[in-house]
Design a protein around this ligand. Structure first.
Ligand SMILES: O=C(O)C1=C[C@@H](OP(=O)(O)O)[C@@H](O)[C@H](O)C1
Ligand SMILES: C=C(OP(=O)(O)O)C(=O)O
Length: 410
């Protein structure tokens, strides 16, 4: 499967690229379309493999659905199939998917009356799901493992006879993703609201035909913020973004402006990133519970700038595509950052000289590949199994080439 050696001869970068639609927004709309008979015409679709896998699953008539490594799709489909009366499926995924917990969602759906069985290990995929009509209208669940469980319930809720009240117990993780679900549902004509730890979704029969332009993916654009922060000068134009984003990761604008000297200007639907100052804080501390997908990006930015940092709120990272805390610790070491990790934090405590040509393992995790690629602004490095990027951003290597980071296959 090879590797790529990344090389950037100049520390000044510029160019223009387009990033496809947010996989989070896209996947919510795919489920709503499947539930309501395709009333929503999506514009600026996500070209992520995860979204394509979900789309394919929703069209499939097979009794076995293999969702590979697409976590969001796995969770949303679990709820979706629970209410498909008369349909029985085996919902499975990659080896890693079989290690990503889903018990909290299954328990919540069972408490609503769903027929779901763990086929191998209790609490984990694969699942056998026998679709039926769910009669109840109240559910409670722990909100501290994955917000995707809650979104999954919210998306099917308008189709339940009396809607659904969802009570969230414990600390709510990845909250902006729940806000995204609520806002999107309201935008397409459904009725959803959250008051503190209670979400209410009202029943709705139909939604009207409409277009929905998916905003480009802010998690994907994070790598360009990191590249800009590690450059001498940067001027990057990237499509297509909205000033009022539904995506929590738009927080990047503030984080990179306030801490890493990268300014963002909006001009119509384009953002323009500029390095405005060389800005190396002594120490940087941030809680990323709202924005878990940009933790790796920020860790590599800090390593490249030699900024000691403490990233907290990372308790969900160990159950993502890989244990991202361990993966980060191993690979940051190769680029000269020595870290301490706990169950929910990562701290860069001191720096050592980076390896001459660090060879970065990617652990089947797209975000490991893309976040470490930004370090090419500091020195050459090798990224193993670069094809992992397809999960969210298939054009990533082409796009960084466009702005001056070349790669040679090895
Ligand atoms: O709802 C979503 O689209 C997502 C929610 C987050 O997951 P968790 O809630 O499990 O942290 C995020 O990490 C994931 O990439 C996408
Ligand atoms: C965690 C992620 O995705 P998922 O949970 O959908 O696999 C991600 O894209 O970083």
């Amino acid at each position: 499967m090879g590797s790529l050696v990344l090389n950037n001869n100049k520390k000044d970068i510029s160019g223009e690229i387009s990033i496809s639609g947010s996989k989070s927004e896209n996947n919510r709309l795919l489920i709503l379309n499947a539930l309501f008979g395709n009333p929503i015409q999506l514009k600026n679709l996500s070209n992520s493999e995860d979204s394509e896998l979900l789309q394919k699953a929703l069209k499939s008539t097979s009794e076995t659905i293999d969702i590979h490594h697409a976590g969001t799709a796995m969770r949303f489909l679990t709820a979706f199939y629970s209410i498909q009366e008369g349909k029985e499926v085996l919902l499975t995924g990659s080896e890693r998917m079989k290690e990503r917990p889903i018990g909290v969602l299954v328990e919540a759906l069972r408490s609503l009356g769903a027929d779901i069985y763990f086929v191998e290990k209790e609490g984990f995929p694969p699942l056998k799901i026998v679709g039926k009509k769910l009669e109840k209208d109240f559910v409670e669940l722990n909100a501290n493992v994955s917000s995707q469980f809650i979104t999954a319930l919210m998306l099917i809720a308008p189709k339940l006879s009396n809607g659904l009240k969802i009570k969230l117990n414990g600390k709510i993780t990845s909250l902006p993703y729940l806000e995204m679900t609520i806002q999107m549902m309201n935008q397409v004509g459904l009725k959803a609201e959250r008051i503190e730890n209670e979400i209410q979704i009202y029943p709705v029969e139909n939604i009207k035909n409409q277009e929905f332009t998916v905003e480009s993916d802010w998690s994907s654009v994070s790598y360009f913020y990191s590249i800009a922060a590690l450059s001498n000068s940067a001027d990057l134009k990237i499509n297509s973004f909205k000033t009022e984003s539904l995506q929590g990761d738009a927080k990047l604008i503030e984080i990179y402006r306030n801490h890493f000297g990268v300014a963002t200007d909006f001009s119509q639907n384009q953002i323009r990133l500029k390095k405005i100052e060389k800005f190396n804080p002594e120490h940087f501390e941030i809680n990323l519970n709202d924005t878990p997908d940009i933790a790796q990006t920020i860790a590599v930015t800090c390593a490249g700038l030699k900024v000691k940092c403490k990233l907290t709120g990372l308790e969900t990272l160990k159950v993502k595509e890989t244990d991202r805390l361990v993966a980060l610790q191993n690979e940051l070491f190769k680029i000269g950052a020595v870290t301490e990790i706990t169950e929910n934090s990562l701290e860069i405590i001191y720096f050592i000289p980076p390896e001459k040509l660090p060879k970065i393992k990617t652990y089947n995790d797209h975000r490991m590949a893309m976040s470490f690629a930004a370090f090419a602004m500091v020195q050459n490095l090798e990224i193993e199994n670069p094809e992992v990027v397809v999960k969210s951003y298939p054009d990533f290597w082409k796009d960084i080439e466009k702005i001056g980071i070349t790669s040679i296959a090895k």
